[in-house]
Write a protein that binds this ligand. Structure first.
Ligand SMILES: *Cc1c(COP(=O)(O)O)cnc(C)c1O
Length: 373
């Protein structure tokens, strides 16, 4: 055994890192010309200027221009906001701040976002799984049986990879259930696609509520790595003790502030409108296809659908890859057999996807797809 493996924490040797869309298919020069519909990114990049005048200096711990901009956007004071390297860093900080390693647990409600479990594993926190119901809602009765057994509960609304909102009633029930015993995180990475559904105003009522936000989805800035954790000042103070001393690079703060200025917000809103329209069109088209068994309700920038069987699922995935169109296979998630997820790219990209699938099923070697509902 190598010296490094001999010395390493034992659980890391067997651990599989998060299989991000970009690890599964790297974006290197070899893959130019591909259509990326596998990571819920926005289709087009904005144009930004960065100011390098003070790049010899360390940035502020929490750059003021950035915090002011997000405070104006969300309506909370700066004491309720922590800027992080993506919402992913917020997930990690919460686990590190609240879970004693090899002692405390988190609760996840799969099918859900993979980073909650990865961050827990990395830190040595246990994972309690309380799956969503068959209607993809919270299983309140099962959550009730876990009260007192976890320090952090992760809820995702709209959910990834499912796309649907959790009912506000259920989120409130979870907050009541865990009011004395756990931090309840509501991951709102996709909330700009249905802004009226945010639970932001509940921060005043529930001191153990934490909300995660990101610029990676509706703001079209996944490459920037900028997210926000919203919570009580007491929680923000705790998280500030665990985060790195200079988490936000100065150029990141400049670009993010521009994206959050009034003209940036206007662009974001029209992007959301366009995405929601394209999603509705794609959803209608998918529902008509004989190989498609179910299209899930979605309030985010992607659609999840279930194929009639595994052979059809594999055929669809492979036909798209052969044409350089990458979508995400979600069929290994609990209760998502034969399911694929398509990010809402540009109108041209989605037309290309539909054309490619129509052509593939016109081929007489295609597996038979008979609509059976
Ligand atoms: C994309 C995503 C994130 C992570 O966003 P980053 O800000 O890019 O780290 C967090 N939660 C969910 C549900 C996501 O889909």
């Amino acid at each position: 055994m190598s010296i490094s493996n001999k010395l390493a924490r034992k659980e890391l040797l067997a651990m599989v890192p998060y299989q991000s869309a970009r690890r599964l298919f790297a974006s290197g020069a070899a893959s130019q010309g591909q259509v990326w519909l596998n990571a819920n990114e926005a289709a087009g990049a904005g144009r930004y200027q960065v100011n390098g005048d003070n790049i010899n200096r360390y940035p502020d711990f929490q750059p003021e221009n950035l915090l002011n901009a997000y405070s104006d956007y969300c309506g909370l004071t700066k004491a309720h906001i922590l800027a992080t390297r993506g919402a992913d860093e917020g997930i990690e900080l919460i686990i590190r701040a609240f879970c004693q390693a090899y002692q405390d647990n988190i609760i996840i409600c799969p099918p859900t976002y993979g980073m909650y479990a990865i961050s827990a594993e990395n830190h040595g926190a246990g994972i309690i799984s309380v799956p969503l119901t068959s209607e993809l809602g919270l299983d309140i009765a099962k959550l009730r049986t876990q009260v007192g057994r976890a320090k952090v509960v992760f809820l995702c609304s709209p959910g990834n990879p499912t796309g649907n909102l959790l009912s506000k009633q259920d989120i409130a029930s979870a907050l009541e259930l865990f009011s004395e015993s756990a931090i309840v995180v509501v991951d709102e990475a996709y909330i700009e696609f249905c802004p009226e559904q945010t639970v932001l105003s509940w921060l005043a009522k529930y001191p153990q509520l934490v909300i995660l936000r990101t610029l990676s989805k509706a703001f079209a800035l996944a490459g920037l790595r900028c997210g926000f954790t919203l919570a009580s000042p007491a929680i923000i103070t705790l998280l500030s003790k665990v985060i790195a001393p200079y988490p936000i690079a100065a150029p990141v703060a400049d670009i993010a502030s521009t994206a959050l200025a009034p003209s940036g917000l206007k662009e974001m809103s029209s992007r959301v409108q366009e995405t929601n329209n394209l999603r509705a069109q794609l959803s209608a088209w998918l529902s008509e296809q004989p190989w498609c068994k179910q299209v899930f309700n979605a309030d985010a920038n992607f659609l999840l659908f279930r194929c009639q069987n595994q052979a059809l699922k594999d055929y669809i995935f492979q036909c798209l890859v052969a044409q350089g169109i990458l979508i995400r296979d979600q069929s290994k998630q609990p209760s998502l057999a034969h399911c694929l997820r398509i990010s809402i790219g540009s109108a041209e990209e989605l037309t290309l996807l539909q054309q490619t699938l129509s052509d593939s099923f016109a081929d007489k070697t295609a597996p038979k797809a008979i609509k059976e509902n």
